[in-house]
Design a binder for this molecule. Structure first.
Ligand code: NAD
Length: 275
């Protein structure tokens, strides 16, 4: 944690947290930051070695476990493991595991690619909320953090499967926030633009030029996952529904809400320039 003399301890201090997709990127940064804040962290990932590596790098108590979020039974097993290890329900659950899709327009993106992206990004978060929301509601406290993306409202061309999955995560988070109001459990939807992580490794680009474009975008405009993690945890401390960390993400958010049709025409113009 960066030293801040004005920062008061919040609920992200000494918190028991479960994080999916904790083996890399934003999930790993969140795990390490929560551990620095004195918390105990269950680091879950489909890649068990990476989950364990994050746990081993944490300065405090941390457990690395395998969990594929596309399988709801595995998410139930994760919740049970966490309850046994903490001796109670977690304070914070981060449904963060995700993959990306980019480069092809609707009609060209193969259907198995749609299923792959929706299975992890949307169903993974549905499973996390389905399993953990009743447990936290019963505990009468806690925070559910869902990693969406600015893609949820930015809806850039050639990313339809990703955009749809993240718009679903945003809608789910908003619905859940209303359903959990007054229960002591808050919901935060995280909506970053580019972040310097390994996410592009999960993309099957249709050609080399789309791959180059993706890499440049992340390299030139991407924020560090550590900065995003601090921003997310500040939002959790405040109980804020929307964590929109970057300036350009905020600009897209406001533009899309104020001028939705002109925004989409502008996106169409960019798409035509790319052809
Ligand atoms: P990353 O690739 O660095 O980390 C994602 C982690 O999720 C990996 O460790 C991967 O093994 C894990 N994972 C993938 N499928 C899984 C599954 N089925 N079950 C469990 N774990 C699984 O990427 P990241 O950028 O840190 O991504 C984290 C989240 O942030 C994702 O939901 C992503 O969509 C979102 N996001 C990323 C960016 C960005 O530019 N990097 C921007 C906005 C939102």
């Amino acid at each position: 944690m960066r030293f801040d003399p004005f920062r008061r301890p919040g609920r992200t201090d000494r918190a028991d947290a479960v994080i999916t997709g904790a083996g890399s990127g934003i999930g790993r940064a969140l795990a390490l930051e929560l551990s620095r804040r004195g918390g105990r962290v269950v680091c879950a990932d489909i890649d068990e070695d990476r989950a364990r590596a994050t746990a081993a790098a944490a300065p405090g108590e941390a457990l690395g476990v395998a969990c594929d979020v596309t399988d709801c039974d595995r998410v139930v097993a994760l919740a049970d493991t966490a309850r046994d290890w903490f001796g109670g329900e977690p304070d914070i659950v981060v449904n963060n595991a995700g993959i990306a899709q980019a480069g092809s327009v609707v009609g060209v993106v193969p259907l198995p690619e749609w299923h792959r992206v929706l299975d992890v990004n949307l169903w993974g978060v549905v499973h996390g909320c389905q399993v953990f929301a009743p447990r936290l509601r019963a505990a009468g406290r806690g925070a559910i953090v869902n990693t969406a993306s600015a893609a949820a409202f930015g809806t850039a061309p050639r990313m339809a499967a990703y955009n749809v999955s993240k718009a679903g995560v945003l809608a789910l988070s908003e619905t859940l926030a209303a359903e959990l109001s007054g229960t002591g459990v808050t919901v935060t939807a995280v909506c970053p633009t580019a972040v310097k992580t390994n996410i592009l490794h999960s993309v099957s680009f249709p050609d080399a030029s789309s791959e180059r474009l993706g890499e440049r975008l992340v390299r030139w405009t991407g924020r560090s996952p550590d900065a995003i993690a601090r921003n997310v945890l500040d939002a959790v401390d405040r109980g804020t529904l929307y964590a929109v960390p970057q300036l350009e993400a905020k600009a897209i958010w406001h533009l899309k809400r104020l001028l939705p049709a002109p925004y989409t025409r502008m996106a169409g113009l960019l798409e035509r320039l790319m052809r």
